[in-house]
Ligand binder design. Structure first.
Ligand SMILES: *[C@@H]1O[C@H](CO)[C@@H](O)[C@H](O)[C@H]1NC(C)=O
Ligand SMILES: *[C@@H]1O[C@H](CO)[C@@H](O)[C@H](O)[C@H]1NC(C)=O
Ligand SMILES: *[C@@H]1O[C@H](CO)[C@@H](O)[C@H](O)[C@H]1NC(C)=O
Length: 382
């Protein structure tokens, strides 16, 4: 009995052989599956999947765009720093030191050029901007800065910029400016760092561009990119004036004293400006000039030492030219005492220029001023 049972369960050679083959297959399968899992979790195959099977809206957006191109132009174009200034007093802030060392570098190449000036251009509005302030430029182009004809006179907008190293999510803003200039043809840019103390460089470069390439413009309004300008009132004010007479009008500041407090944005040490009073100058928010005055300023600026505050620098040139400046109450370069609450379009009807508006305030004000049903749509003589 026992022997018989043993005999029944005794495996044959065949049985062992089949078992081994089966085991071999099972291990092979396990090995292959494991390999496949490893493989498909590698990032490489994920991106290949993304390209082959995923729809475009499902793409992996973390993929890096083309890396920013390197800055091609050197910082100061072979204009070496002035070593005679090594003895700059110790208490001078860094910006003042940089300014003094590079003060003699006055000519930088142009990076972007706007469309040429028209023959019958009445008012050219030149606005100081920086690359990052694209929202302000957009607001100006679609509100008071619209190119067109006002009271039968042609008006036009141009932005003045230096070079910006700013990146937005790794993307150079220079590309944005190039795009804007292709779209609107209103960017005038030079290859110097767009800093506060380089605003005077912006001024002299603008003056020389105007004298050489925009001689047709009869009047110029120079301003910041956060001002609201009542273009209609400006044109009306200029209508019966001659571009060949001197005109310099704005919020004129008389007998201003240089800031001697080192923490102030406008700090000027005595060693840089010993007198205790600036010549009359216009608040930089915005001012009006005739063709004659702009061309004269260009000539005067050529043999003036640069001064870091651009408005004051213009004042110094005007003094040298002996031009009589005109104070005008319509220029509110230091903002309004009553702020914009509530927005009062009647108030704006009497103004030429107001400083410090956000793009949203700019569009709101524009819509109110242009409301045909407004009780304020009368013309105001200024
Ligand atoms: C360098 O600075 C000194 C003042 O320390 C000045 O006299 C000289 O003219 C400057 N040189 C240039 C090239 O501007
Ligand atoms: C002005 O721009 C020049 C050229 O880009 C630069 O070397 C200099 O440092 C800038 N000056 C100031 C005061 O920012
Ligand atoms: C606003 O101006 C239009 C003409 O441009 C005129 O017809 C209308 O009466 C004016 N409205 C008021 C309230 O003055």
């Amino acid at each position: 009995m026992k022997v018989e049972a043993m005999k029944i369960f005794k495996p044959s050679i065949n049985f062992y052989m089949w078992c081994s083959i089966l085991m071999f297959f099972m291990f092979s399968c396990l090995f292959l599956i494991k390999m496949d899992i490893n493989h498909s979790s590698s990032p490489n195959s994920m991106s290949r999947l993304a390209h082959s099977r995923r729809a475009f809206w499902d793409m992996d957006l973390t993929v890096q765009p083309t890396p920013p191109p390197p800055q091609l132009l050197s910082a100061s174009h072979g204009c070496l720093l002035n070593n005679s200034y090594v003895n700059i007093p110790k208490h001078f802030p860094e910006a003042h030191r940089t300014f003094l060392r590079y003060k003699h570098c006055r000519s930088f190449p142009r990076l972007l050029t706007p469309r040429p000036c028209d023959d019958n251009l009445f008012l050219l509005m030149v606005i100081k901007s920086t690359a990052a302030q694209v929202d302000r430029r957009a607001a100006l182009r679609t509100t008071w800065g619209q190119e067109g004809v006002i009271r039968g006179k042609k008006v036009r907008l141009v932005f003045l910029l230096g070079r910006s190293q700013d990146l937005v999510k790794g993307y150079p803003l220079q590309r944005l400016l190039e795009y804007e200039n292709r779209q609107f043809g209103d960017i005038l840019q030079w290859d110097f760092v767009d800093s506060f103390f380089n605003l005077t460089l912006k001024e002299v470069h603008f003056l020389s561009w105007f004298s050489q390439e925009c001689q047709t413009a009869q009047f110029v309004l120079k301003g910041d990119d956060d001002v609201f300008i009542h273009t209609g009132n400006i044109v009306e004010f200029l209508e019966d004036r001659s571009p060949s007479d001197h005109l310099f009008a704005g919020d004129i500041i008389y007998r201003a004293k240089p800031q001697r407090e080192p923490k102030n944005k406008y700090f000027i040490p005595e060693e840089m400006y010993p007198q205790n009073q600036y010549p009359p100058y216009a608040g930089g928010g915005g001012y009006l000039m005739s063709h004659q005055t702009v061309v004269g300023l260009d000539r005067a600026a050529r043999d003036m030492d640069l001064f870091p505050i651009d408005d004051v620098f213009v004042g110094m040139c005007l003094k040298k030219m002996k031009v009589k400046v005109m104070f005008h109450n319509g220029f509110r370069t230091f903002g309004l005492r009553q702020r914009l609450i509530p927005f009062n379009p009647c108030f704006y009807r009497n103004l030429m220029l107001v400083h410090k508006l956000s793009p949203t305030e700019m569009w709101t004000m524009w819509s109110l001023i242009n409301d045909q049903n407004s009780i304020c749509n009368r013309s105001v003589r200024l």
